[in-house]
Design a protein around this ligand. Structure first.
Ligand code: INI
Length: 156
């Protein structure tokens, strides 16, 4: 393929201030998402003192808290973490859709990148699989996507 000028993010978190927003709901899985995200960011150069964790009740509360954090101007990026499990809630579709839409809206309106680490699964087992066992760790994925996005935005 012909070489063209390509912008891409360096996977280097040195000097970045990042806030993780995580639900208390389903904390059994969410604590593993937090662990994965913190581990990923520190292994890629983030200083522990530049990482902040904010706990919120449930996924529905993620957007409003992300909005305030984005407006504070204190952070280069946000990682939103949670788990909405269909089997456990009759209002799964509302909680999951509003959380996802809200987070996307906040990121676009504020210009602050947000890593989307909200598990939406049919069963508890699937949520466990995606929070650090055979299905990987959505917290790691969200932290990695955030880091790459912060660094590519710096170049544009
Ligand atoms: N919040 C979650 O983060 N995950 C869920 O699976 C869930 N269920 O099952 O309902 C959930 N509900 C709580 C919701 O996010 C709000 O906290 C609540 O409705 C109060 O506003």
């Amino acid at each position: 393929m012909e070489e063209i000028r390509t912008l891409q993010g360096r996977m280097d978190a040195a000097g970045l201030k990042i806030v993780l927003v995580a639900t208390r709901f389903n904390d059994f899985m969410v604590d593993h998402l937090i662990g994965g995200a913190v581990d990923y960011l520190t292994r890629h150069g983030a200083a522990r003192e530049n990482l902040t964790l904010v706990r919120v009740p449930g996924a529905f509360e993620l957007p409003v808290v992300c909005k305030r954090l984005a407006a504070s101007g204190k952070y280069n990026g946000i990682v939103a973490l949670g788990a909405v499990i269909r089997g456990a809630t009759p209002h799964f579709d509302f909680v999951a859709a509003e959380a996802a839409k809200g987070i996307a809206h906040v990121s676009l309106e504020s210009g602050v990148p947000i890593g989307f680490g909200l598990l939406t699964t049919d069963t508890m087992e699937q949520a466990i699989e995606r929070s650090g066992s055979k299905g990987g760790n959505k917290g790691v994925e969200a932290a990695s996507a955030l880091l790459e996005t912060i660094r590519v935005l710096e170049q544009i």
